[in-house]
Design a protein around this ligand. Structure first.
Ligand code: 13P
Length: 288
């Protein structure tokens, strides 16, 4: 099966009150693990790559070929969408051209008029090629690809205006942040989520910074219109932890423990286990 746009899987998730996990990839291992986990859990899945990660992997075409080829050679049967995470105007256009099946245009750092104009243009271009689009209103706190945004609560009126442009799903800050949550984090702002959900009139919402949010909060957010949850940091943390334990136990010094296929295995297994756990927590298991 070829990769699909995310429109249908997100729409079904919205109607069925669960969320699609959108997991960031960094390389071959990550991509393989996310696909394997989705297949194990029988879940539709979004694999997403930031512009920085795409550059690291060798460019947008490389990312498209990697996901497509692994998808086919692993015999993946669940629906898979390849999504650009936090795309610039230029990056979103380049990914539509390169074969991504979904793109995010993040114009949240522009003034609102410019965000609207550019979002409209990307939505029209993407839809003309059958590609789904996510846009963002207000910043998501934290740091992503070296860019820090401080805005944390999106304006419901602005959300309504971008939703009306025909975007497929909308990212809006509700107190969530990228990266590790600080110990004194106040939690998601459900009052604002409720206002936004009412303002966007049934448009599926996206929760960024999905790493480390307690599951009772993600479940409540899903019941209030969130249909896509982004996770990056959490997979990086479990990979690093498992790899550190392997090396600290001196396993790389035993036999051929230095072989990358052995050295990276505990980390890869940890990514698969965490991805399956998150898919189940988001309720998208057995929905493929
Ligand atoms: P985390 O790294 O906090 O999981 O956030 C991922 C994200 O929102 C990608 O857009």
């Amino acid at each position: 099966m070829v990769m699909v746009s995310a429109t249908e899987m997100i729409q079904k998730a919205h109607e069925g009150h669960y969320a699609i996990g959108a997991f960031n990839t960094n390389n071959l291992e990550w991509t393989k693990c996310i696909l394997t986990a989705a297949e194990q859990a029988k879940a539709p899945v979004m694999i997403q790559a930031s512009e920085g990660a795409s550059k690291y992997m060798g460019g947008y075409k490389m990312v498209v070929d990697l996901v497509k080829d692994l998808h086919d050679s692993l015999g993946i049967t669940v629906p898979v969408a390849l999504h650009l995470d936090h795309g610039t105007y230029e990056g979103a256009k380049a990914c539509i051209e390169a074969g991504f099946t979904s793109v995010m245009f993040d114009g949240s750092h522009f003034d609102f008029e410019e965000n609207m104009a550019k979002s409209k243009e990307i939505i029209e271009l993407a839809h003309s090629k059958g590609v789904s689009v996510e846009c963002e209103v207000g910043g998501i706190g934290g740091t992503e690809d070296g860019v820090t945004s401080n805005g944390e609560l999106a304006d419901p009126k602005e959300c309504a205006a971008v939703a009306a442009l025909g975007v497929d799903f909308l990212a809006a800050g509700i107190g969530n942040i990228h990266g590790k949550y600080p110990a004194n984090w106040a939690g998601l702002n459900f009052e604002r989520l409720d206002e936004i959900n009412k303002a966007v009139d049934g448009k599926p919402l996206v929760l960024h910074g999905g790493s480390g949010i307690p599951f009772d909060q993600t479940s409540k957010a899903i019941s209030m219109g969130v249909s896509k949850i982004n996770v990056n940091t959490e997979l990086q943390l479990v990979f690093a932890d498992a790899t550190r334990k392997y090396i600290e136990a001196g396993k790389d010094l035993e036999g051929k423990g230095y072989d990358p296929r052995k050295l990276l295995k505990p980390g890869a297994d940890a990514i698969i286990a965490k991805t399956v756990e998150l898919i189940k927590a988001f309720g998208s298991d057995n929905k493929a």
